[in-house]
Design a protein around this ligand. Structure first.
Ligand code: NAD
Length: 480
């Protein structure tokens, strides 16, 4: 059993002052393999105080200095990538090949994008070219609380830590208590990269404890959160009393519009695989497949086949399979939503309740496809966060757009079409922060975030750094 109960505060590993011990469970075998501390009020106060004390000097560093710290961090991160993949795979169940390529790889991409953004961003600039004495300064906003979830642990940690470091903020990271091992390892990397003491602090804790204390702390200036809409609302409320800046990256129920003019076989297979990736635990998963009526029967068949072809197996094995869900709570939630789909009359095309054959331990579920769904069904309205694809048909482009937008969420949307005029016409009508056409990937540094109840603000590259900056209008600087 690994003992990981210490926190990284003010450049050193310290014992928890008032934490409770929590076991960390491997979702592939349901066994505890490590213990952490859930920090309490005293731990959180010390961490915030360290970040506050480090702010005056770190915020005065030049963008070049911060850039070279990020370059060092990237080198350490890359050198320890296998260790990181193992930590992620063990804590949340991502298969090793996927963990190293996608989970760890996402962190590399984000660090590179912040390094590039630091070369381009102008922290002091004239209001207009050629106008003397009217300037705009972008300054570090202060102490940041960074609260992250378990589904893409390093993607989310690096998006926040990289941006906050680049902006000149100091910070307290609280990773998910369900998947804390990668966050602990990341703290080791920050130390190895030589980031000055107090700039980056990390403690573990849960939402009711360290999470809410950070969100309400008067010395925290910015809260950046990724996770459930439920927790996002609570954080917004807790932060309101001290008027903190709040960035929220929340849930989604993203539509994928499939028009009959595309290669249905290729587009639906790719879309189903993308939905099942990471065992469906991605906020931007395209979980509502909206298909033009003339292509509907074929799309249902292709999606069903894609689910049956998706192998589920142990995360420690090499291959393109998917692993277990992260926890029993997640397993129970996904099972109850699959049951709701069946009970409410959707047609079960593939998968269904229970574990896949041969996997009796671990939070493994069957890749599942439902057809003949309707807009009022629970599986169409609620974020499932499991490998479950729900298919619905549409008659016209206008109806497809209306169905796509018929959700409180607005994170991502996907379009499959052979007609670029259609793609250009439909894209601006989709109320979503990210649109991907015909499987095109978003590059690192693109703004990530959503409309409506999917969140506030954007992460990644220049956009992500701006979340950690205050704007100062300066009148009266002259050339001498
Ligand atoms: P969660 O939102 O409860 O937890 C995410 C992070 O927020 C964790 O670090 C947690 O400790 C912290 N947290 C929880 N409540 C808090 C509070 N009141 N104040 C401050 N911090 C708080 O997510 P979960 O319970 O792990 O998962 C629940 C559901 O959330 C999932 O089923 C899924 O639908 C959704 N989810 C979405 C994302 C996403 O990327 N959008 C990520 C994880 C989970």
């Amino acid at each position: 059993m690994l003992n990981k109960t210490q926190f990284y505060i003010n450049g050193t590993w310290v014992n928890s002052l008032d934490g409770r011990v929590l076991p960390v469970i491997n979702p592939a075998n349901e066994e505890a393999f490590a213990t952490i501390s859930l920090g309490g009020s005293a731990d959180t106060m010390v961490a915030v105080a360290a970040a506050k004390a480090a702010f005056p000097s770190w915020s005065k560093t030049s963008p070049d200095e911060r850039r070279s710290h990020l370059v060092n961090l990237l080198e350490v991160y890359k050198a320890r990538n296998e260790e990181m993949a193992t930590a992620i795979s063990t804590e949340m169940g991502a298969p090793m090949d996927m963990a190293i390529r996608d989970q760890v790889g996402a962190g590399i991409g984000h660090l590179k994008a912040f390094i590039t953004a630091l070369e381009e961003i102008r922290f002091l600039r004239p209001l207009r070219t050629g106008l003397e004495g009217q300037d705009v300064a972008c300054e570090a906003a202060g102490v940041a609380a960074l609260i992250t979830p378990w589904n893409w642990p390093m993607n989310q940690v690096v998006l926040k830590v990289g941006a906050a470091l680049a902006a000149g903020c100091t910070m307290v990271l609280k990773p998910s208590e369900i998947a804390p091992m990668s966050g602990i390892l990341f703290a080791e990397m920050v130390h190895e990269a030589g980031i000055p003491a107090g700039v980056f602090n990390m403690l573990n804790g849960d939402g009711a404890g360290a999470g809410s204390i950070l969100s309400a702390h008067p010395d925290v200036d910015v809260v950046s959160f990724t996770g459930s809409t439920r927790a996002g609302i609570l954080i917004g409320q807790a932060a309101a009393a001290t008027i903190k800046r709040v960035s929220l990256e929340l849930g989604g129920k993203s539509p994928n519009l499939v028009f009959a003019d595309c290669d249905i076989e290729e587009a639906v297979r790719r879309s189903a695989k993308a939905c099942f990736n990471n065992t469906g635990q991605s906020c931007n998963a395209g979980t509502r497949l909206l298909v033009e009526k003339s292509a509907y029967a074929q799309a249902v068949e292709v999606a069903g086949k894609a689910a049956e072809d998706t192998k589920v197996d142990l995360p420690s094995k090499s291959g393109t399979h998917i692993g277990p869900l992260v926890s029993q709570a997640q397993f129970d939630k996904v099972q109850s939503l699959i049951k709701a789909g069946i009970d409410e009359g959707a047609t079960l095309v593939a998968g269904g309740l229970g574990r896949p054959e041969g996997l009796n331990r671990g939070w493994f579920v069957k890749p599942t496809v439902f057809a003949d769904t309707t807009p009022d069904m629970t599986i169409i309205r609620e974020e499932i966060f499991g490998p479950v694809l729900s298919i619905m048909s549409f008659d016209s482009e206008d109806q497809a757009i209306a169905l796509a937008n018929d959700t409180p969420y607005g994170l991502a949307a996907y379009i499959q079409t052979g007609n670029m005029d259609r793609a250009r016409r439909v894209t601006p009508q989709l109320r979503a922060g990210m649109v991907q056409i015909n499987g095109a990937l978003r590059t690192s540094g693109s703004p990530f975030g959503g409309y409506k109840q999917s969140g506030l603000g954007r992460e990644g590259g220049m956009w992500g750094i701006e979340e950690f900056l205050e704007i100062k209008s300066i009148s009266g600087f002259t050339s001498n």
